[in-house]
Ligand binder design. Structure first.
Ligand SMILES: [Zn+2]
Length: 401
């Protein structure tokens, strides 16, 4: 048993409670909150974790959408709209993938831990990120991705997918959780979708999909026009409503949804939205309507996307970007909401028993050192100023940096 105390504990429950000068006991899960004095009496053999006077404890961040296989990108990929970006991805894919070796990905994962992230949702296109994810010591939801338009290639696509899928199943453990990603409505034919959905159902796995990310995708899915129509020379394979229906009754993260007006078509019990603000600015030509989505009662959480469309995988950086773009929110309220969108909400979306500092939940939390500020300002000032953790615990175990 370990004991830890801090001047500020951001619980990240629904009420966004701030608890002052309290301690808690934990092993793999959080056992009990009390004063440090009482806990020391109750757990005389427990190890006390030393913290500085101005410490803040917060649940570890969850970043449910990364593409680590593109971690070698800087200057290479082009931004401005989806069409320019996609062309640059297709031209540089092999070279970028070759650059993202296990060591590089491990360094990127280390940097994420230093910025307070314990859990990621990794979208794996080739499987070249598997080794690093398994070795990282982080909690990884490993979304094996499938895509393919041409039905004549379905059999080879399935064989290639199953190879990666089975390799990930072999590594399954409490911190490495295999899952499935269907790339998108514009890129994956019905047979491959059903193949993936059936597998997810059979293995009770999470699903993820990119959805209505760009202007080009919107034009294609709604009007059979634009860049994708020119590229594929055929009408889209799914209607928007039908594509959502495919995921009926299955826990799914819909990433982006920048152009989804029909929010009521998502099922609040199973579906959630991963909002990647920085990435959307580079590729999508429109901002996600966060306010409407929250008003519709949807679970919206933050993700960074990969370094293929971001300059940082720090959730703190992503929160700072969100503070700047969502001007229709009160700043102080938005700061609190963003912290929940990086902790409690993604935990719920992923069905994980963590994301808030509560008894019985996994002991996934960060310790930061902060400056003096009023309680009401704390969430905002923390997002504005925090860079790196002092300590990070995942399932009760301290990470070594
Ligand atoms: Zn993505």
């Amino acid at each position: 048993v370990y004991l830890i105390k801090a001047e500020n504990l951001l619980i990240c429950n629904e009420k966004f409670e701030l608890v002052k000068n309290k301690a808690f006991a934990f092993k793999e899960t959080i056992l009990e909150f009390d004063s440090l004095e009482n806990l020391r009496v109750k757990y005389p053999n427990a190890t006390l974790i030393k913290t500085a006077k101005n410490s803040l404890i917060i649940p570890a961040f969850i970043n449910p959408h990364t593409h680590l296989e593109f971690s070698a990108n800087a200057y290479t990929l082009a931004f401005g709209n989806f069409s320019i970006w996609l062309k640059s991805v297709l031209n540089n894919r092999v070279e970028l993938n070759a650059g993202a070796k296990t060591d590089l990905i491990l360094n990127v994962l280390k940097a994420m831990q230093k910025t307070g992230t314990a859990t990621i949702g990794e979208i794996s296109s080739f499987g070249s990120d598997l080794k690093a994810c398994v070795q990282s010591g982080m909690r990884v939801i490993f979304f094996n991705e499938i895509l393919g338009l041409n039905p004549n290639q379905n059999e080879e696509k399935k064989i290639e997918f199953l190879k990666r899928f089975k390799a990930s199943l072999k590594e399954q453990n409490p911190l490495f959780i295999p899952a499935i990603s269907i790339h998108s409505a514009y890129s994956t034919n019905s047979e491959l979708c059903h193949f993936a959905l059936n597998l997810a159902q059979k293995h009770k796995m999470l699903l993820s999909t990119h959805f209505l990310e760009s202007k080009e995708e919107n034009l294609y899915l709604r009007k059979s026009k634009g860049m994708f129509f020119k590229m594929f020379q055929q009408a889209p394979l799914h209607k928007i409503e039908d594509f959502i229906k495919l995921f009926e009754g299955q826990r799914t993260l819909f990433t982006h949804c920048v152009y989804l007006k029909e929010l009521q078509w998502l099922d609040k019990n199973f579906h959630s939205i991963t909002h990647c603000a920085f990435s959307n600015r580079l590729l999508s030509q429109k901002s996600f309507a966060l306010k409407q989505a929250l008003e519709n009662g949807l679970n919206v959480h933050l993700g960074t996307d990969g370094l293929s469309s971001n300059i940082s995988l720090s959730m703190l950086d992503e929160m700072r970007v969100n503070l700047l773009i969502h001007k229709d929110f009160d700043l102080l309220k938005l700061a609190k909401e963003l912290l929940l969108m990086s902790t409690l909400y993604p935990a719920r979306a992923l069905g994980l028993n963590l994301g808030s500092l509560e008894v019985g939940k996994s002991a996934d939390f960060s310790v930061f050192e902060i400056g003096q500020t009023e309680d009401e300002q704390l969430a905002l000032q923390f997002i504005l100023n925090a860079k790196e953790v002092k300590k990070l615990f995942i399932k009760g175990k301290e990470c070594k940096f």
